[in-house]
Each structure stands twice: as structure tokens, then as C-alpha cells.
Design a protein around this ligand. Sequence first.
Ligand SMILES: [Cu+2]
Length: 101
Amino acid sequence: MLYALEKLKPLAFLSLVAVGHASTDKGTQVVLQIDRMMCASCTSRVKKTIESHTGTSDVSVRLEDHRASFSCAKIKDAKCDLDKIVKSLRKIGFPPKVVSK
Ligand SMILES: [Cu+2]
């Protein structure tokens, strides 16, 4: 029994870490740092690009601190793919750094 508990501990720790991201029913809260955004037209391009991806919601893009934040959730069989979002932002000239996810 003791042995079994010891075995479970690392697992319990791992699941705690996973929940440590601000996970809600809307998915994971992602924050991106995008230094190349210089004006309102940049932020709107970034916002539209993020919104075009499956599973994203509550997209908020701020020029002041050069950050974009949004929820990234699994919708039916399609999951919100952060790698794809990062790639498409790079493609339009706004390489992001993932601050948190
Ligand atoms: Cu601009």
C-alpha cells in the first residue's frame, strides 16, 4: 500500500502542474509577446489571424505592452493548435514569443 502511494505521488504532482495553467472550460489561457506590432492595423491583423484558428476565443491584442492573449480550447475533434498559430503569425511578419500557455 505504501509502495502504491509512493508510485502515485509523481503522477499527482504532474496533474497539479497541468492544472497550474489557467485552464477553464474555454481551454488554456495563452499569452504571446509580439514586439513587431507598431500600430492599430498591426494589432487588428494579429487579432484576425488568431481568431481564424480553430478553438480560439476571447482574443485580446494590446499595443501598449505588445501582448496578445486568448483562450485555446479543444472543440469537438479539432484542438486549438498553438504551434500553428505561432507559425501563421510568423508568416504575416509578427513572430510571437509564448509568454504563458
Ligand atoms: Cu502597424
